[in-house]
Design a protein around this ligand. Sequence first.
Ligand code: UD1
Ligand code: CA
Length: 460
Amino acid sequence: MALSIVILAAGQGKRMQSALPKVLHRLGGKPLLEHVVNTARGIASEPPIVIYGHQGETLRHALADLNVTWVEQKEQLGTGHALQQALPHIPNENPVLVLYGDVPLTQIATLKDFIAKTPKNALGLITVNLANPTGFGRIIRDAKQNIINIIEEKDLSDAQKQLTEINSGIYFFPENFLQKNLSRLQNNNAQQEYYLTDVINMAVKDNISIHGFQHHSENELAGVNDRAQLAMLERAYQIQQAEKLMKQGVTILDPNRFDVRGELIAGKDVTIDINVIFEGRVVIGNNCTIGPNTVIRNTVIGDGVEIRANSVIDGAEIAADCIIGPFARLRPGTILASKSHIGNFVEIKNSVIGEASKVNHLSYIGDSDVGKRVNIGAGTITCNYDGVNKHKTIIGDDAFIGTNTALVAPIKVGEGAYIATSSTITRDAPAHQLTVCRAREQRSIPNWKKPSKKSEKKES
Ligand code: UD1
Ligand code: CA
């Protein structure tokens, strides 16, 4: 079906108390407006029309990658006036769905159901009953329960204030309706705005039937007006993500302490402990465990991997059966082959660690290519940076790097080479040999006396 979608996003969002336009505040790591645009894209093939105004350039710049038709509303004179700005971009034969840039959690399925259930030529609107309807436009019904009007909070009589059915602000207008009616709106109300809600009463007078679609999920229709509501919807969103994953076979120890700020794809029998944050795109295989207080960003993890507490992983590829952490840091370009172990206080960057190799304690491995079954001792550092350029370290299969070794790159350590502890290696170490490089002799001084405490001079 041809359909135009208009997203209203020109308001300032004063109650956010922010220099950032409201719809750029993030939920689940994505700007609010991006959620709504994605929803729109799931319903219509044409890019949605976004009405913007307040801090327009900031908004357009931040969201330049979104495929939308931007339309400016220079002065914010109300929701009706906002929608008027979209008219030149709406073909007469298209019905129109109106969404808000600050209502991020409406589901595509809900909107499709709403559209499908709105009878042809009727005007559809989504309503919801709220325990606390204060602040919202109220739905006015006649004796036969037909919707006849929407009245804004500031224009309500005391009796009408008791009504709990509110206007969500999501509408489905039949073709050519807005073209005929928007220009008739007046601003003679408490806020002196052109209220989009006034078209309801116009439709009633023109014998256009109004279809109220009552929905039960408050979160799906809730808007973000202040930071408390943003936090509430963030948690609602995270619980939604957690529930989806749990249905697919992921154990989440506490959905209240679980955050996906991007996309998480997980296999079966994955266990995620508390306070784990996923950012960007993360893919996890089957039978993995993710320890508490871990941050994982843009990473692919194979089957049977164990990530222990307090690890920070960014831009890594981790093959099956690796063990990482606790307190490990994997930076972009880290590739771990299967069964490798990365232990505590180890940082790895732009390096390949071969199958079954171990870097278990207190090391920095950067710009390195480490073979299979290599053991890298505690405190080993690849000195990859000379202050100007980065250089590569290559370590062959089965090498053993003694503790506290400095490998000054560019450097090669051959297969099966053995580097003695505390060496500073500046030239290539041959395969299958022991290479030692440290102060030649160890001396002991027989008559050495432990320094004694200086006696304090008495002041005369
Ligand atoms: C609006 C509805 C109200 C409904 C509520 C649901 C009207 C008159 N009232 O009230 O019935 O219960 O939403 O949340 O429509 N906007 C513009 N340009 C403008 C004014 C607003 O683009 O000139 C945009 C805002 O950015 C926002 C949306 O329209 O995304 C709603 O505007 P807002 O001022 O928040 O309307 P409410 O008073 O909440
Ligand atoms: Ca609002």
